[in-house]
Design a protein around this ligand. Structure first.
Ligand code: ATP
Length: 298
């Protein structure tokens, strides 16, 4: 019997021919990896908007990768996409975890893998979108199972930092008008801390001093000053977050050698109304769609 199995490379699988006992090799083509699109970017850059634009174009479903939006509650504070904004596109891993639980990067990998698998089985394209770069790194770089099954196309929406920081500060004012204070009050616990669950979200710890004092008989002006200080701190911390997230993306690109397609959305943020929409289409959604078409081999 000639056994040539020791010469088998990973692309070949030994096959025993039972008639003459000969071991022969059968060529097994490498398993084609399924494809996943990943939308990253700092807070406020428009990741949800782009993922919905792409989902409408490619028949896709969205998997959230924002570590605060996985929790139930604080929809305004964490800036969750509204039912109307989803345009009927299924969104996974959004508002499904108890606000007091701690949801880890490992939990994210497990849930995201299941969601991506179920989307792929339906013949749809999975789009993972969110700002938590540590979750993306854990899934794409550290999860061997995910790495072996999927090929990823990264889309990074970038906006000039000064402009983005102005935008996110104005967004905080809008959140306050929409009910940020009332939402955060529901999570105020004078005996609790801000180290686990949804209470870590920017917008909750900053309100602590104000909530501790609002029932006390202190003068209205002093209380209002506390509120204004809290709002300013929310703005400052959101601006810091945007800066850190941008630096983290640059680090991932440099250290892990990811091939990230950068889309500069600055002009869409500089312009207003229709001109802003046109710039978004020209600079973000259309080039992204081209990247994805190419990635899918279409
Ligand atoms: P890090 O390792 O710094 O936590 P990360 O990539 O894992 O980075 P980020 O998404 O950048 O996570 O979140 C960092 C912190 O910013 C969170 O712990 C939370 O305090 C705050 N944060 C993030 N996303 C939101 C959000 N949508 N709403 C409010 N706060 C947020």
């Amino acid at each position: 019997m000639i056994n040539i199995a020791p010469f088998v490379s990973c692309k070949y699988q030994p096959l025993i021919n039972f008639r003459d006992g000969l071991t022969i090799n059968r060529f097994i083509p490498p398993r084609r990896k399924d494809k996943v699109v990943i939308v990253i970017g700092a807070t406020g850059t428009g990741k949800s908007r782009l993922s919905i634009d792409l989902a409408n174009h490619f028949s896709a479903e969205v998997v959230n990768s924002d570590k605060m939006q996985v929790y139930k509650g604080l929809d305004i504070v964490t800036n969750k996409v509204t039912e109307e904004e989803t345009c009927g596109i299924p969104h996974h891993l959004l508002a499904f975890v108890d606000p007091n639980e701690t949801f880890t990067a490992t939990d994210f990998c497990q849930h995201a893998s299941l969601a991506v698998d179920s989307i792929t089985r339906k013949g749809q394209l999975p789009i993972i979108a969110g700002g938590s770069n540590s979750y993306i790194k854990a899934l794409v770089n550290d999860d061997i199972e995910f790495k072996s099954r999927y090929e990823c196309c990264f889309l990074w929406i970038d906006v000039k930092l000064e402009l983005l920081q102005r935008f996110v500060s104005e967004r905080v004012d809008k959140m306050v008008k929409d009910g940020l204070v009332e939402e955060a009050r529901e999570f105020f616990n004078p005996d609790g801390d801000y180290t686990s669950g949804i209470r870590r979200a920017i917008g909750v710890p900053e309100m602590d001093e104000y909530f501790r004092n609002e029932d006390k008989l202190i003068n209205e002006d002093a209380l209002d000053e506390m509120l204004q200080r809290a709002i300013e701190n929310i703005k400052t911390n959101t601006c810091k977050l945007a800066c850190c997230q941008r630096e983290n993306i640059l680090r991932l690109e440099r250290q892990l050698g990811w091939n990230i397609n950068r889309l500069d959305a600055t002009e869409a943020f500089e312009k207003k109304g229709g001109e802003s929409h046109q710039a978004w289409r020209r600079l973000v959604s259309e080039p992204s769609a081209r990247f994805v078409h190419y990635f899918l081999g279409e």
